[in-house]
Design a protein around this ligand. Sequence first.
Ligand code: HOZ
Length: 441
Amino acid sequence: MFEFTFSKRDDTMSNSRRLFSEAKQLLPGGVNSPVRSFSKVGGQPLFIKKAKGAFLFDEDDNKFIDYIGSWGPMILGHAHESVISSVKAAVDSGLSYGAPTQIETLLAKKVKEFFPSMELIRMVSSGTEATMSAVRLARGFTKRDLIVKFEGCYHGHADSLLVKAGSGALTFGEPDSLGVPQDLAEKTVVLQFNNIEEARELFKQKGEEIAAVIVEPIAGNMGCVPPIKGFLEALRLLCDEYASVLIFDEVMTGFRVSPGGAQQLYDIKPDLTTLGKILGGGLPVGGFGGKRELMQELSPMGGIYQAGTLSGNPITMHAGLATLSMLEDERVYEKLEKSASTLTEGLETLASEIGVPFQTNRVGSMFGIFFTKNQRVETYSDVLTGNNTFFVNFFKEMLQRGVYLAPSPFEAGFLSTKHDSEIISATLYAAKEAFQRVSKE
Ligand code: HOZ
């Protein structure tokens, strides 16, 4: 039986509390990325000392089952031996050269095996860079300015994309960030995710002006919201009809929901794909790629500029190659499917037995939890029906019991291959008590 080795957290005395208060003197909000501040759920963010497999260890030596997985990339669990040893070996040869290396081509080749639609690939250093560059490429290629995105989808924090955005922007009630020039925001048209009719209507009116449609094929920044049947297909047809570029942002779904991401799962070929952190096994990285005719418009082949000293950094490329090589084994995805379905089905059964309004969405090992009476969560409006108090209380109760969920109802959860049946049982055991507490509050 799984042993709970964490001690009850005492926030008043904890090292995390002390470290957070020191951090706040130097970092805005004490953090380098907003969601991790725990502002949405209250209390102290955990300061993490180390991680291994399915577990995080905080600065107070508490042990937590981790369902964030560094926001997705830790599909093989934290500190996987092969990834760590490939990084250690690479480090001995120097950290960065700002010059081409063979490993960049090897990783690009591997990515193309998983994502055949990515005929040419450019590596960058983050998902934000990947989506920002893909949008510029689409605009430069089509000689059009308008882009279309969907409410609650988050594509990083480039100006054009911080309009009705999900993730932290939604969590903190700032889906339209200050600092984005109005003129630029007006070039981004926002539609409802999963609303096919609305997309058709917009294209009828403005199709000739639309450079690109960018979409998370499974929205992962407002919980986890899969596409309804026909939604992605309709976007593909509309982009074909009006010669607009279809961009799948697979920063979360790439290598996650299937080896070839959502595009393999739903059998739809986008013109461009953006990838993120999983491409570097969790190190800072992004990548974008797609049709040759589009990608060859990038500098130095074409006139659309995009660059980065650390792009294709050798340490990251080695970590990425080690990670992707292990994802070639189909058993990885079978295992993930089994443990993730046991988890979400178990949570739904417990909530219903205890009488808490609760739904989950799941695709493979990516999931979302919603404290809603709605039978289905398919749109941004459905997501907003979630009871925030229930979520916050459940989050806190789970944390007290050693289960670390995303500190926002607008983020997806992720499992790794290290989340075995014992860990899932321990999570459900904690969830039973947490639901009971939530139902009484
Ligand atoms: N934007 C990230 C999740 N979608 C959150 C990252 C963080 O705050 O660390």
